[in-house]
Design a protein around this ligand. Structure first.
Ligand SMILES: NC(=O)c1ccc[n+]([C@@H]2O[C@H](COP(=O)([O-])OP(=O)(O)OC[C@H]3O[C@@H](n4cnc5c(N)ncnc54)[C@H](OP(=O)(O)O)[C@@H]3O)[C@@H](O)[C@H]2O)c1
Length: 241
């Protein structure tokens, strides 16, 4: 049972982020504040209809790499959650530039790096004061098995691309930052949601988004201090680094 009063999900206008908000909004016991962020709230039709049907859903504008907006964003989140702080940050927003390594341009590479690794890290660092004072104190990064050197080496022959490298960077940042804030009681974990049907995953993906998200919510509800620094699949099984 996910007994918390607030969760913030980035990249919540489509794909896995939207599904997180859909499921979190109607979870029992009720979560008081489900903060759903997206780059263009005006165009987020599905998200707006979820918010219309669930008065615990708040839509906030956020581009994770627009660092100049982070102070104002922090103030908006603080206004919503108040003294209870932010129980769970789900760093989900990401892009999937899968140009092979022998063709990827420096610009594509750096864009991938910034959105998938630096942005989520800077956001987690920014929101830490709110997470620190909450009851649950959880930072969740949606990563990928693609970032596992052990797994990608074992399967071999895959079309290695920038996405693989940058998920490894996200893991390193989340793990290292998690160790740094452990003293504050914060638990920081990485999830591979599996290969699922979204714009990024494509129609041939193996999992339905709703299945992966419902498993991750169940796993999140079981996390404790010993879980900190774990790299998990959607069912909560450990993924090798
Ligand atoms: N799909 C898979 O099979 C799969 C597998 C492993 C891991 N993942 C991870 O799961 C997460 C979600 O993937 P998905 O399949 O749901 O992707 P998706 O359908 O492509 O959605 C990506 C989301 O991220 C947002 N986003 C992109 N750049 C952003 C930025 N700079 N600031 C804020 N939001 C931004 C997008 O917003 P806009 O609509 O504004 O572009 C969108 O809401 C990603 O981190 C991905 O790496 C996915």
């Amino acid at each position: 049972m996910l007994n918390v009063s607030s969760v913030l999900v980035t990249g919540a206008n489509r794909g896995i982020g939207l599904e997180f908000v859909r499921q979190l909004a109607s979870l029992e016991p009720k979560i008081s504040h489900v903060i759903a962020t997206c780059r263009d709230p005006d165009a987020a039709e599905e998200l707006k209809s979820i918010a219309k049907a669930n008065n615990n859903v708040h839509i906030l504008k956020l581009d994770v790499i627009d660092y100049n907006s982070h102070d104002a964003f922090y103030a908006e989140v603080e206004k919503i959650v108040g003294n209870s702080g932010l129980d769970i940050l789900i760093n989900n927003a990401g892009i999937g530039i899968v140009t092979p390594l022998d063709e990827v341009t420096p610009e594509e590479f750096m864009k991938n790096y910034e959105v998938n690794a630096v942005g989520p890290y800077v956001l987690a660092r920014k929101l830490t004061p709110l997470i620190k004072v909450s009851q649950r104190k959880l930072i969740v990064a949606i990563s990928s098995t693609a970032g596992s050197i052990a797994v990608t080496s074992a399967i071999g022959g895959v079309n290695f691309n920038a996405f693989f490298l940058l998920q490894a960077a996200l893991n390193m940042l989340t793990r290292t930052y998690g160790d740094h804030v452990k003293k504050d009681g914060i638990i920081s974990v990485m999830f591979c949601p599996g290969w699922f049907k979204t714009d990024m995953g494509g129609p041939n993906a193996m999992l339905e988004t709703s299945f992966s998200v419902s498993n991750m919510i169940k796993t999140i509800s079981t996390l404790n201090a010993d879980s900190s620094g774990s790299f998990l699949d959607h069912e909560g099984k450990t993924i090798q680094w």
